[in-house]
Design a binder for this molecule. Structure first.
Ligand code: MF3
Ligand code: CO
Length: 245
């Protein structure tokens, strides 16, 4: 219970940081500006940055990942200016009292195309369909299958290379929770487990590749991609989303 309280604190700060970042999104601002809005909130609360320095091709250089249009995840904030019609994914990780909060959201910049709007809605709906399955006695495959079903019924595609994950004192813990799979398979959910559920969904083909910067992941076909994520605890009263404001 005490650990969960710390995770809620981390989750709340993370939600506030994401909200500030989303408020900064408008045509003409850079992705570095959007990142700075999130960093400011983490600083104000004395929270740590779970992503900064994270091991990879080289230590991850920022507090957030900001991924625009065909960029799926791990876009590095920088001088790129957002334009009306873009969709932008903002992924943030915080640390409070040694516990990690991890969440992401994708929003439109100004007016966006109808198909882009539908991609955002379906990806968010898939996240919540997965969250709904986060109940004691269910299997991780139940979460995965629920997400996949929402996505594929809408005619979109689940990225295979990246998955949801356990989260706690470390950002990435067991179990991995893919966004596709078979109901009734995988580890059984127990009270107190906390999992970051994070569908990464492509409008076009599912396959992805990395850019030369070593971090940014883009769709192979150049189609749009969306990402929504919450850190969710299994409780006796059902799923508890720790990263809501
Ligand atoms: N939400 C992402 C994840 O769960 C963030 C990791 S980005 C990194 O994997 F920079 F920290 F690697
Ligand atoms: Co995550």
């Amino acid at each position: 219970a005490r650990d969960l309280q710390a995770m809620r604190s981390a989750g709340l700060v993370n939600a506030q940081a994401l909200a500030a970042a989303v408020s900064a999104v408008r045509p003409g601002v850079t992705t570095a500006d959007v990142n700075a809005a999130a960093v400011e909130v983490l600083r104000q609360h004395g929270a740590g940055m779970a992503f900064l320095g994270y091991p990879g091709p080289y230590p991850y250089p920022a507090a957030t990942c900001i991924s625009v249009n065909d960029e799926l995840v791990h876009g590095i904030p920088g001088p790129r200016r957002l334009q009306a019609g873009d969709i932008v994914s903002i992924d943030c990780g915080s640390v409070v009292d040694g516990f990690v909060g991890d969440s992401a959201i994708t929003v439109g910049v100004g007016e966006i195309a109808e198909e882009a709007q539908r991609l955002l809605e379906v990806t968010c709906a898939a996240l919540f369909a997965g969250i709904e399955r986060m109940r004691v006695g269910n299997r991780t495959g139940d979460v995965s299958a629920a997400i996949q079903s929402v996505v594929e019924r809408a005619g979109f595609n689940v990225v295979r290379e990246y998955t949801g994950h356990g989260v706690g004192r470390a950002m990435h813990e067991d179990p991995q929770v893919p966004n596709y799979g078979q109901a009734g398979t995988g580890p059984t959910l127990k009270i107190g487990m906390v999992i970051a559920i994070e569908p990464m969904i492509n409008a076009g083909r599912a396959d992805v590749r990395s850019l030369d910067d070593g971090w940014t992941v883009v769709t192979s076909d150049g189609g749009l991609s969306a990402h929504f994520e919450h850190t969710v605890a299994v409780t006796e009263d059902g799923p508890r989303i720790l990263t809501l404001e």
